[in-house]
Design a protein around this ligand. Structure first.
Ligand code: IVH
Length: 627
């Protein structure tokens, strides 16, 4: 009987595919229908009956909740800092280097949809191929819908068959998963490891994994550890690396308590309740071709080794970091020096050590590679002695400024041109640009020039916290700027002493000193900026007014407002108007001018589904709110 059923299922699958996906049926429709009727009679519960029709592989699937990526860290200090933010234990598991996938089961437990991660908001339908992965349960004994997330990977034992032909198992698995013809995908013997379940009413991460195991999933190896056992757990996973039948590129730590996870929430990119401690990547030997020196916005001149191409962890490497001048000198690099280079996670590879000396010695520059001015050494770091007038440093500072203030349209190419033509000499000059000057630049029409100027004009008034972040003082990031901005107005902030700042909980001595000296060093720039912008007290959520501190985005065609006016109104009321739907968005206003549901609205709905506190309101509700 079983043999009969399996034969029938295989035949139906094959003919279904020949008809729908290949377009070359081998039997008549009547013969095919007869096969299906027979299967229905002997095994009405057969999953094959749910699969009939064209394979939807390649279709777009919108995720119920965004599939975020993981924040990364590279050291025990960062890991400890992360763990301090929540209560209770963490769940530790290897970071499987495969293709993140989501598998949905309906309320009767049937596998109804499988999708790749894609860009996190939308992925690709790979249901037909995932159904053919042997260790994926095709149905669950549940009375409610469940979404299971995990990694589709190619076991290393299977990858042996393809070594030489393909760079790494991940790419091959991704390719096989997206193959249009299900049966062939199955030949790649992919496997699935589950690490998350959505739609369960449980209290801990460990409960979710127990649920998954109990329902027949292969679950990623894991351990529940207390905060002081994190590093040891990392070491245990790293030590098992060679024993896994899949590649791992890190160790994942997740807050165990679901309540704590909810409290921590997520940024637009990654949840705060999870972190990946990256393992060091492959190492290899190559030789140094040259050393390039780049200038950062603080004027630091940093060396990067240009090396002969070498393939590490599946990617060709031609540049490797040397961190700072001190390290360059300590290594004693020359042209042709043989070095060991290691990829750490996805970041720029690192020169680890010298294997054999080279010929023509390379020397530390005595002049700034950008402005030709003098340099100055401060410990291991080499600096341009006059970053205020050094073009590279100014370009980097400018790019930072426009990024923080979200002044759209000022990319690196444009900014370089502005400096080269002498249209700007520092960020303050951005406020002196006119549409006429801009429209003389390469690839710049009047419309674009006007748009850029409008983007600048919108920033004539800026909150203190953003202003502080925008001027590019080391250590003055979002968190610290928020605290500092709460201490008073800009005039007051400029008189803060290191002691005053350091007395604040969560600002240490080093950060306090860096902020104070940074403000002093940027005094001239701040004064120049104040000639053009009004710095207002940073709006806080506690301030009164319906939109104070709120982020508001408009979508669709507005019937009664000009979009720019509506945005202006929001800003007058203390709100912000980012261009895109962001995770910490407060309000999405949907225009009443008709049209299809926009991608902004879909994204906001998805984020909302994932727990973001976004309200979606109509244009008339907005009008009422601001009137
Ligand atoms: S937990 C935000 N656990 O790594 C998602 N993810 O870089 C938290 N991954 O897309 C997921 N192994 O697909 C988790 N043991 C593991 C994992 C794991 C691999 C993937 C995951 C995610 C990617 C983030």
């Amino acid at each position: 009987m079983t043999a009969k059923r399996e034969e029938l299922e295989a035949a139906i699958r094959r003919h279904n595919r020949l008809y729908w996906d290949v377009g070359r049926p081998e039997i008549t429709d009547a013969e095919y229908d007869a096969l299906v009727r027979r299967l229905k009679a002997i095994a009405p519960e057969s999953a094959v009956l749910d699969e009939l029709g064209p394979s939807r592989v390649g279709f777009v699937v919108t995720h119920t909740n965004p599939m975020l990526s993981l924040d990364k860290c590279y050291g025990a200090d960062e890991l400890r800092a992360w763990a301090e933010k929540f209560e209770g234990d963490a769940v530790v598991s290897p970071k499987v280097d495969g293709c993140a996938s989501s598998i949905r089961y309906d309320e009767r437990g049937r596998l109804v949809l499988a999708a790749t991660r894609g860009d996190g908001a939308q992925g690709e339908d790979v249901t037909a191929n995932v159904r053919r992965i042997r260790n994926v349960p095709k149905s669950l004994r549940v009375k409610h819908a469940v979404e299971v997330r995990g990694e589709v990977y190619m076991p290393l034992s299977v990858f042996e068959r393809y070594r030489g032909e393909f760079a790494n198992p991940r790419n091959l698995a991704a390719g096989a998963l997206k193959l249009k013809e299900g049966d062939e995908s199955a030949e790649y013997d992919l496997a699935f490891l589950a690490y998350d379940a959505l739609g369960l009413a449980v209290e801990t991460e460990a409960d979710k994994l127990r649920f998954l195991a109990a329902h027949g999933f292969s679950v990623v190896a894991h351990e529940v550890v207390s905060p002081d056992g994190l590093e040891a757990a990392y070491e245990r996973v790293a030590a098992r690396r060679a024993a896994f039948d899949f590649e791992i590129d890190g160790v994942v730590f997740k807050t165990n308590r679901v309540r704590e996870q909810r409290r921590l929430g997520s940024t637009a990119h990654h949840p705060r309740y999870a972190i990946a401690y990256k393992l060091q990547g492959d190492a290899g030997e190559t030789s140094v071709v040259d050393v390039e020196w780049g200038v950062s916005r603080t004027g630091a001149i940093t060396p990067v080794a240009v090396v002969a191409p070498v393939v590490l962890s599946g990617a060709t490497v031609t540049r490797a970091s040397l961190h700072h001048a001190g390290r360059f000198v300590a290594l004693g690099l020359a042209r042709g020096t043989r070095v060991e280079v290691m990829r750490r996670g996805g970041v720029i590879p690192n020169v680890e050590r010298v294997v054999a000396p080279g010929g023509e010695p390379l020397v530390e520059p005595t002049r700034c590679p950008s402005c030709g001015g003098a340099t100055r050494r401060d410990g291991d770091f080499l600096y341009c002695a006059a970053p205020e007038s050094c073009t590279e440093a100014r370009v980097a500072e400018f790019l930072h400024f426009v990024r923080i203030l979200e002044i759209e349209g000022f990319g690196e190419k444009l900014v370089r041109q502005l400096f080269e033509r002498g249209f700007v000499s520092d960020v303050a000059d951005i406020f002196r640009l006119t549409a006429e000057t801009l429209s003389g630049l390469e690839r710049m029409g009047d419309t674009l020039a006007a748009k850029l100027i409008r983007a600048v004009e919108a920033r004539r008034e800026v909150g203190l916290d953003l202003f502080l972040r925008s001027i590019g003082i080391a250590e003055l990031g979002k968190h610290v700027a928020g605290i500092v901005a709460g201490l008073g107005d800009l005039a007051r902030v400029r008189t803060l002493t290191t002691d005053e700042l350091a007395s604040i909980h969560s600002i240490g001595e080093t950060i306090a000193a860096s902020v104070v000296s940074g403000l002093a060093a940027k005094a001239h720039l701040i004064d120049r900026l104040l000639a053009h912008v009004r710095v207002v007290a940073a709006p806080t959520r506690e301030q009164t007014g319906p939109l104070a501190g709120k982020k508001v985005v408009f979508t669709g065609t507005l019937a009664k407002w000009k979009r720019a006016d509506a945005q202006k109104r929001v800003r007058e009321l203390g709100g912000e108007t980012p261009d895109q739907v962001v995770k910490d968005l407060d309000l999405l206003v949907v225009g009443e001018g008709g049209g299809e549901k926009s991608s902004k609205q879909k994204k906001a709905e998805a984020l909302k589904g994932a727990g973001a506190a976004i309200s979606i309101i109509s244009e008339s509700e907005f009008s009422k709110l601001v009137s």
